[in-house]
Ligand binder design. Structure first.
Ligand code: FRU
Length: 512
């Protein structure tokens, strides 16, 4: 553990040095995926925000390039988005990449700026007329512009997170922006602050004649298990207003773990909608037990829309590109047990980087699960609890967790918790979590009624310091950091309250 790079993931993107938070400005052009990200090149804590840059042709192998947009006298370069300007609407040539980002400083507040690239996203020139947009009401939190082309109006639209609502703007040239409408006040999880919007179109149950819009809304703090997380809303957009199809006051979560935030999608990917989360939580992002660099992105996920019990939900399944890094396959024989079957060492020699895939039919009213563990007794448990109809990932004994005592919920979250306590109720993040010990040492869970039947397809990705769970093609996604002091190399399958069946079990070594 002395080696500060010990926890560096093998197959997830990380900066070689420095701090990283939100993936932002992601765009696909001419066979290249551009990943820009909130980056501090000078240290491993948040500060001096730049747009870092990495490119990939397969979403898995990332080549680090020079930071693309550097902090300047107007302030930090906060999150934003980029588009390919195919029709030269901005005047920098057909196919220029145009980035919209937030300049943030105490002096100027948060204002939206533009920069353009004519060398395939390598370097950007800041527009001399910046800023292109200020809040009309002096709002302090006004950031993370998401730009998209809306064909029916043949115009660009931009969504900006404006404290407790999202604001839509419209433009012909990506420079002059007109206010259109607001969305989301009082919706979803409260209290909170909205950040990093995205807006994508998806076919309902795969039917391309029935498209709906989905707004991704990243919310901090006050989420399900404390801190930050990604909500979404499904609805219709008429060029002016976005209207939800389901009750917008009931939050829907793109991921049920604690380390999935600022998630937005690549632009210009045709029919595919590929999302990328930052794998941390603002409660403890700055104090995770890493020194040299800090921050990793989750695996790319492909989004789709399905209906269940008359409501609309987004599935976030691991992108198929991830299959290409399977290096070795082990098949484990089917397991039927009322106790446990220990596959000790099944991932030995894999350096803590592997995938476990299986189908499980838990005992009726019982519990079936796996323990991913090392020989120091550190383990992450994933189990299906049919009594409570939920799937849990418990990291209370996963390895280092004490730094979670340092987690600092924002004032707004402390206030909400205090208000609940004064009414004799539990603080929210403590009440929702399983086995809450501190803001890191806890279990997160998702409702199993998002799935169709009681045999679940399970895909688990372990990479040094993270565990990502995908159930039934991403109907449930759950992303959590873990810090075992030795790589996990073993898996135990277990059942309680009756016999459970595990089948189609595969363990893959993953690597680059
Ligand atoms: C989300 C966020 C954004 C902001 C950026 C600053 O994690 O707070 O709202 O643009 O991080 O780094």
């Amino acid at each position: 553990v002395e080696n500060t790079d010990y926890y560096r993931p093998l197959y997830h993107h990380t900066p070689s040095y420095g701090w990283m938070n939100d993936a932002n400005g992601m765009v696909y052009k001419d066979g290249e995926y551009h990943l820009y990200f909130q980056y501090n090149p000078y240290g491993s804590k948040w500060g001096n925000m730049h747009w870092g840059h990495a490119v990939s042709t397969d979403l898995m192998h990332w080549k680090e390039l020079q930071p693309a947009i550097a902090r300047d006298t107007m302030g930090h370069i906060f999150s934003g988005s980029s588009v390919v300007d195919k029709n030269n609407t901005a005047g920098y040539g057909n196919g220029a990449i145009i980035a919209l980002y937030t300049s943030a400083s105490d002096k100027n507040g948060q204002i939206q700026c533009m920069a353009y690239s004519t060398d395939n996203g390598r370097t950007f020139t800041k527009y001399e007329g910046n800023p292109v947009l200020r809040p009309f009401d002096g709002l302090k939190d006004f950031r993370d512009p998401k730009v998209f082309w809306y064909e029916p109006a043949k115009a660009w639209y931009m969504i900006v997170s404006a404290d407790k609502e999202m604001r839509f703007y419209k433009s012909d040239d990506l420079k002059k922006w007109t206010y259109i409408s607001g969305f989301g006040r009082g919706y979803g999880m409260q209290p909170c602050q909205y950040e990093c919007p995205d807006f994508v179109q998806l076919p309902v149950n795969g039917d391309k004649n029935n498209m709906k819009y989905v707004m991704l809304m990243n919310v901090n703090p006050g989420c399900l298990f404390g801190g930050s997380a990604t909500e979404y809303f499904v609805g219709d957009f008429d060029g002016k207003n976005f209207t939800c199809v389901d009750d917008p006051h009931v939050p829907k979560w793109l991921d049920y773990g604690k380390d999935h935030y600022a998630t937005v999608c690549f632009s210009n990917t045709g029919d595919r909608v590929i999302a990328l989360p930052w794998m941390s939580n603002w409660q403890y992002a700055n104090v995770t037990p890493i020194k040299q660099y800090r921050g990793a992105n989750g695996l790319p996920r492909e989004l789709s829309l399905y209906t269940k019990d008359g409501r609309y939900y987004v599935a976030a399944n691991v992108a198929p590109e991830v299959k290409a890094i399977r290096k070795e396959t082990k098949t484990v024989e089917d397991i039927k047990t009322g106790a446990s079957v220990d596959k000790k060492g099944v991932a030995a020699g894999y350096d803590g980087a592997f995938e476990i895939e299986f189908d499980v039919t838990p005992a009726a009213d019982g519990t079936a699960g796996i323990e991913v563990y090392n020989d120091k007794g550190e383990k992450t448990m994933i189990y299906f609890d049919l009594k409570q109809m939920r799937v849990v990932m418990d990291r209370t004994q996963s390895g280092l967790t004490d730094f979670g005592n340092l987690a600092e919920p924002h004032d707004i979250e402390k206030k909400a918790d205090a208000a609940r306590q004064s009414k004799g109720q539990q603080p929210m993040r403590i009440e929702n979590a399983v086995n809450y010990k501190n803001d890191f040492a806890l279990g997160t869970w998702a409702p199993l009624n998002l799935c169709e039947d009681k045999t679940y397809h399970v895909d688990v990705f372990v990479d040094k310091c993270s565990v990502e769970l995908f159930v039934d093609g991403g109907r449930i996604a759950m992303t959590n950091l873990v810090f075992p002091t030795k790589p996990y190399d073993s898996v135990k399958f277990y059942s309680e309250g009756g016999k459970s069946a595990f089948s189609q079990i595969k363990v893959y070594k993953l690597g680059m």
